[in-house]
Ligand binder design. Structure first.
Ligand code: HEM
Length: 411
């Protein structure tokens, strides 16, 4: 196996405060050291150039089955309790290859076509207006808690057919799911806790599904149940696993797009002003915010066979990390990549991934972001970050977002 000269550098450094604040500095260092970088600490390859990330995500020689499926870390008395959540997670479409991936995605995608999503426009606008009507008279807004978190949580809960008032409960379970996905170093206790959360998440969906078998409704869960009842199209674990995926993927990411996006605009007042004056730039602005500081920074695959990428020999079974955030800041693809430019026209960013796993919720996320950002820019009177020194991203490798963004409003 070829090694790089710099064995101290690692994608794991994203947890250091300097890179939590700005991971793009680390990505540039990694790309410069080697765009196909052997990461000693992670024991895998790290891709940071646009062309390599696109090529890898489109290459069927890499598998999406990369989940922590080995049970070795589980205490023996927990194997039974944790086996079921483990199996449900491995049956999520995100972690499957064709033909299973094709079958599951085909079933779910009917509920997320651009036409279905466009039909939600007025309703989403109404939710946005209600949230802002409640928050604005107070003279300040905790943007994440009062706006960017509830909005996508309400939208996806309604689409699925889950009571939106339950969002406090599924917030915790979504975090547990995110903890497992993020793949940072966890103690056995933390892993068990996170899997217990997923197990509770499954019990919650089991109850909802049991109600639906007697009382049918017109929503995504019902469509999946019908598919399950129609034969062997969907097993119970596939049904539960993919309900969890849709609920979790459907809100955390959009919350962070809106939070990171508003922060970026407030830190770039000329761009903020431009968007305020020209609302027809909203669609381009959302695409630029996705590129500039997207909520999903990294994904991974496993090599199915020995292969060569650039001049590197990748062995079967090795993990390959595709750094989407680095690809979207590759100077070979984007002019002046670290500059926010909401008029950037040629913007084929990778924030939604690439290839067969390209984000199923992309049209929904874009629509929510356009409506929400449009309303924020129009309605927030002279917003200012309350305390710039206290703005903090949470430390994570895969997801990128803020826990809080308190804003003071003028008159
Ligand atoms: C700004 C918001 C969002 C971002 C940045 C985002 C990003 C991504 C990315 C990068 C992937 C591909 C991961 C990979 O290849 O390993 C993905 C897949 C997926 N996303 Fe999103 N997502 C967002 C919103 C949503 C929403 C609102 C939904 C709602 C349903 C959703 C559902 C999914 C699903 C089901 C997949 C798996 C698709 C498959 O495996 O075929 N996402 N997303």
């Amino acid at each position: 196996m070829q090694q790089n000269n710099d064995t101290r550098l690692s994608l794991n450094d994203v947890y250091q405060p300097e890179y939590v604040a700005n991971p793009y500095k680390l990505y540039h260092r990694l790309r410069k050291a080697d765009p196909v970088f052997w990461d000693e600490q992670l024991g895998g390859w790290v891709l940071t150039s646009y062309n390599d990330v696109v090529a890898m995500l489109r290459d069927p020689r890499f598998s999406a089955q990369r989940f922590v499926t080995d049970k070795e870390w589980m205490p023996t008395d927990m194997v039974e309790a944790l086996g079921s959540p483990m199996r449900a997670l491995t049956r999520q479409m995100l972690f499957l290859d064709p033909p299973d991936h094709t079958r599951l995605r085909g079933l779910v995608s009917k509920a997320f076509t651009p036409r279905v999503i466009e039909g939600l426009r007025e309703h989403i606008q109404q939710i946005v207006d209600d949230l802002l009507d409640k928050a604005l008279p107070q003279g300040h807004i905790n943007l994440i808690q009062e706006f960017t978190y509830p909005l996508p949580a309400i939208v996806i809960a309604e689409m699925l057919g889950v009571p939106p008032e339950d969002r406090e409960i599924f917030f915790k379970w979504t975090n547990d799911f995110g903890t497992i996905l993020d793949g940072g170093e966890l103690t056995q206790e933390q892993l068990v806790q996170a899997f217990m959360g997923v197990s509770e998440f499954m019990d919650y969906f089991r109850q909802i599904i049991a109600q639906r078998r007697t009382q049918t409704k017109d929503d995504v869960i019902q469509a999946l149940i019908t598919a399950e009842e129609g034969g062997s199209m969907l097993s119970e674990e596939e049904l539960l696993g993919n309900c969890i995926l849709l609920l979790a993927a459907g809100h955390g990411t959009t919350t962070h797009l809106l939070g990171n996006g508003m922060l970026a605009l407030l830190r770039n007042p000329t761009q903020y002003q431009l968007l305020k004056e020209q609302s027809d730039l909203l669609q381009l602005a959302v695409m630029e915010l996705l590129r500039y500081d997207g909520p999903v920074q990294v994904t991974a695959r496993k090599a199915k066979e020995n292969l060569v990428l650039r001049d590197k020999k990748i062995e079967a079974g090795q993990n390959v990390y595709a750094v989407l955030g680095a690809a979207s800041h590759d100077p070979a693809q984007f002019a002046d990549p670290d500059r926010l430019d909401i008029q950037r026209a040629e913007n084929r960013h990778l924030a939604f991934g690439q290839g067969i796993h390209y984000c199923l919720g992309a049209p929904l996320a874009r629509l929510e972001a356009e409506i929400a950002l449009g309303a924020l820019i129009r309605r927030l009177p002279a917003p200012r970050i309350e305390n710039e020194a206290e703005v903090e991203f949470f430390p994570a490798m895969i997801f990128r977002g803020l826990n809080e963004l308190p804003l003071t409003l003028g008159s």
